[in-house]
Write a protein that binds this ligand. Structure first.
Ligand SMILES: O=c1ccn([C@@H]2O[C@H](COP(=O)(O)OP(=O)(O)O[C@H]3O[C@H](CO)[C@@H](O)[C@H](O)[C@H]3O)[C@@H](O)[C@H]2O)c(=O)[nH]1
Length: 566
């Protein structure tokens, strides 16, 4: 064990990335200024001539202002990228290590499979850390009998698992992951290790069976009305000194009293009072404002395993909750732009602000998915002609945005497919989750609604997993999400076709090229939506009901504008 005066990590500034990022910021910034020069001078001319086309121009300007605002905030995280090296050999001796508490939250055994929750708990107990310095708390907001009974089974299994991990230097301390991987640790005696591994694997299977039996025999209902329950699981057996402390906690819940979801669970401890449903973000913001210096490390071997949603429905529900919470903070007195700069660096405040205000992206995306298209159909130019020098400005901004994204995708080891998937998913989130989240947070602010927390579904559906692994989109999501997406898609395809015909007839290609390009780009990029509506027949396709309603909505929008226009 090492010298405590030496740092546990140090960082290296990635000079190539710094140069590239700053060059991009500078050049893109100059072109953005030219864009706004063009917009304001055009608007000025329109006002002077009392033009009837002022409204679409103002809407486009609003969209460009919001995109630029978020773009500026985004540059903070690119200003000085670093990579870190850690020195675990410099850690102090065991006696000098601080005690740690691990707080695991669960809320609903129907959405968070109990075997998975117990694996999390067992991995935390088996951390490579002095056992008498680890305390693991399982916070069960579901107040569920299933969880209460299963934790006792987990304890019994960990009495074998933890010594096994220590004896054979097991790296992967999550039993489910360990037994489904090919990790072969072990000491000098391979025969003994193999025999022990077989035994512990049998015990793990028995443990899993017993948990699954509990799930089958016990009601998985979550309780909303119960007194507080706190139980130390270890008991008082002195032989258990080699085991961490394990405690089951279920907060008191009463129907008349708001319990504030996970934030409420943390209110019981961490000090801060949480008012938003993204307590992780709020914790970070507050701690950083109080002077905490954190270090982000991304080792090649991941430190944690997580359950990430793979169906569109789960992603959109999860993102709606996230952006409600982020907007709640953004609209509060803790807005990172007001609360942050006095307490932490400007760059850090900008990073936090980017998250808080990203939900606003839905405004420009709706404008850009509707206004240029309708104006294309009705022959109203909103962008410079091909012969204008400003045409180059708009083209450059689009290309530099896309090239920067591609560079980030490639430098993080991903492919062209990841680039198109990211763009699609991002736009889908903007047009649905961000919109509902921003509206919900605003209504909550003025007292019209109350925030809800729908835990992310962690149940694995085999068919969905198969589609995910084959790279096929699963469109089984609520009509509330799918109708806006499909309506906008149909509107774009229709306006591109109508617009193209009109351009060919009127020879107005020179002034309408950008407006024709936008729906063309959307038609190509979101081709999976067309496939989902028209070609696919599997369970993950877009339902005929959604396709029908969306077609009606897009026809209504197109016709409504024609009525206004004439
Ligand atoms: O009433 C509740 C609702 C949820 N949870 C727990 O909160 C955690 C986060 O919920 P989850 O559904 O997993 O949300 P995710 O969106 O997947 O989680 C991310 O986003 C959350 C904020 O929305 C953060 O709390 C998490 O740390 C972060 O991983 C889970 O352990 C839940 O069991 C509770 O303890 N009580």
């Amino acid at each position: 064990m090492g010298n405590s005066s030496l740092p546990l990590n140090d960082y290296h500034i990635n000079k190539t990335h710094v140069t590239l990022n700053r060059l991009y910021m500078f050049i893109h910034g100059i072109f953005l200024s030219s864009l706004f020069y063009y917009r304001f001078t055009t608007l000025n001319d329109l006002i002077k001539t009392s033009s009837k086309t002022l409204l679409p121009h103002v809407l486009i300007l609003i969209s460009e202002l919001i995109i630029t605002f978020i773009w500026v905030l985004n540059q903070a995280s690119k200003w000085r990228p670093v990579t870190r090296t850690v020195y675990p050999d410099r850690l102090p001796e065991d006696e000098k290590l601080p005690s740690i508490d691990v707080f695991i939250c669960t809320a609903d055994p129907n959405k968070e499979p109990t075997v998975g929750v117990m694996n999390t708990l067992i991995s935390a107990m088996a951390l490579d850390y002095p056992p008498d310095k680890i305390s693991v708390y399982l916070s069960d907001d579901g107040g569920s009998n299933v969880t209460f009974r299963a934790i006792k089974e987990a304890w019994k299994f960990s009495e074998f698992w933890i010594p096994f991990c220590r004896k054979y230097w097991v790296n992967n301390r999550c039993p489910e992951a360990y037994f489904s991987s090919t990790e072969e640790s072990g000491g000098d005696d391979l025969v003994e290790f193999v025999a022990e591994k077989k035994k512990i694997e049998k015990r793990y299977d028995e443990f899993k069976d017993s948990v699954l039996r509990i799930v089958a025999d016990t009601s998985t209902c979550v309780s909303r009305d119960h007194p507080p329950i706190i139980e130390v699981i270890n008991g008082v057996d002195p032989k258990q000194k080699e085991m961490p402390l394990l405690v089951y906690v279920a907060r008191e819940k009463r129907p008349s009293h708001p319990h504030h979801f996970k934030a409420g669970a943390l209110n019981v401890l961490v000090g801060f009072r949480y008012f938003a449903v993204v307590e992780d973000y709020f914790t970070g913001l507050n701690l950083h404002c109080e002077g905490w210096i954190s270090v982000y490390l991304e080792p090649s071997r991941p430190c944690f395993l997580g359950a990430s949603p793979i169906s569109l429905s789960d992603i959109l529900v999860q993102n709606t909750r996230w952006y409600v919470g982020l907007m709640q903070v953004g609209l509060s007195k803790f807005s990172p732009l007001l609360y942050g700069p006095m307490r932490m660096s400007t760059l850090q405040s900008m990073c936090y602000a980017e998250f808080a205000y990203t939900g606003l992206y839905f405004v420009p995306l709706y404008i850009l998915a509707v206004v240029p298209q309708l104006c294309l159909v009705y022959g109203i130019p909103l962008y410079p002609e091909v012969s204008s020098p400003f045409f180059f400005v708009f083209s450059f901004i689009f290309l530099s945005y896309q090239l920067k994204h591609l560079q980030e995708i490639f430098s993080s080891g991903h492919s062209l497919k990841a680039w198109s998937n990211e763009q699609r998913i991002w736009a889908m989130k903007c047009l649905t989750s961000y919109m509902y989240a921003s509206l919900d947070a605003t209504m909550e602010k003025i007292g019209l609604t109350k925030a809800i927390f729908l835990p992310t579904n962690k149940v694995v559906d085999d068919e969905q997993t198969k589609r995910y692994q084959m790279g096929i989109y699963d469109f089984q999501a609520s009509a509330l999400f799918m109708v806006p997406l499909c309506s906008l898609y149909i509107l774009n395809v229709a306006s591109f076709i109508i617009g193209l015909v009109k351009i060919l007839q009127s020879h107005k290609g020179n002034e309408m090229i950008v407006q024709a390009f936008i729906p063309f780009f959307i038609t190509i990029l979101f081709f999976p939506l067309l496939e989902g509506m028209v070609i696919r027949k599997d369970k993950g396709r877009i339902s005929p009901f959604v396709s029908l309603v969306s077609t009606v909505v897009s026809i209504v929008v197109l016709s409504f504008v024609s009525l206004v226009n004439y």
